[in-house]
Design a protein around this ligand. Structure first.
Ligand SMILES: [Zn+2]
Length: 212
């Protein structure tokens, strides 16, 4: 997509969708945003939180990063966008739900199975360490003869559960979960079919959100 296309896309937005939501935007400016959901997704251009949930402006507080990872609480860490977003959503916006949405064909997860030698990917290499727990779990769980695709899919799904565990290392997330004010949810979106699955804590399995 070229810049000219983005600009004509903006023109279209200003003429149609902005008009549609104009009153909503005014209300959101006058009264502030009050999203009830923090949605953590991958930066992947094919995963669009608002699109797949048909959400309107003001409804989702969104964090996106490579691999939809959540770094564990580490107060001494330097600049940390994801951690800051989690804290703000939890303690200021007081969201009632945090959804971590993994997805199929995730480049971050696939890259974890390769050796990164490119020095231009220093931060990527470090960041992907956040998926190692899931990768190790999967390598213990699956036998060697399981195909690469299946291995990647399981890693994508298990990684979301590991990231949810990391969310609980944030003191206010843990407190609000324990007090029943906040719910953590694992979702998994398939790029090729549009199917959305959720992790059912009772069955211990991912299940289709709605009939396929
Ligand atoms: Zn991804």
């Amino acid at each position: 997509m070229k810049i000219a296309e983005l600009i004509s896309g903006y023109e279209k937005f200003k003429d149609t969708k902005f008009k549609k939501y104009e009153n909503k935007f005014l209300d959101l400016v006058e009264n502030g945003q009050k999203p009830k959901v923090l949605f953590i997704a991958c930066s992947d251009s094919r995963v669009d939180p608002s699109l797949i949930t048909s959400s309107a402006p003001g409804e989702l507080f969104v964090l996106r990063n490579i691999g939809n990872f959540v770094p564990p609480f580490a107060p001494d860490n330097d600049y940390h966008a994801t951690a800051a977003g989690i804290e703000y959503a939890t303690s200021v916006l007081e969201v009632t739900d945090i959804i971590i949405c993994g997805h199929s064909h995730c480049g971050a997860i696939e890259t974890m199975y390769t050796k990164i030698t490119d020095i231009n990917l220093l931060h990527v290499k470090k960041w992907l360490e956040l998926g190692l727990g899931a990768k190790n779990y999967v390598s213990q769980k699956l036998s060697c003869d399981v195909g690469h695709e299946e291995r990647l899919e399981l890693t994508e799904k298990i990684s979301v559960l590991f990231q949810l565990k990391n969310l609980l290392t944030y003191p206010d997330v843990e407190r609000r979960v324990n007090e029943g004010e906040l719910f953590l949810r694992a979702w998994y979106y398939r790029l090729d079919t549009g199917d959305l699955e959720y992790f059912n804590t009772e069955s211990g399995e991912y299940e289709l959100m709605i009939g396929g």
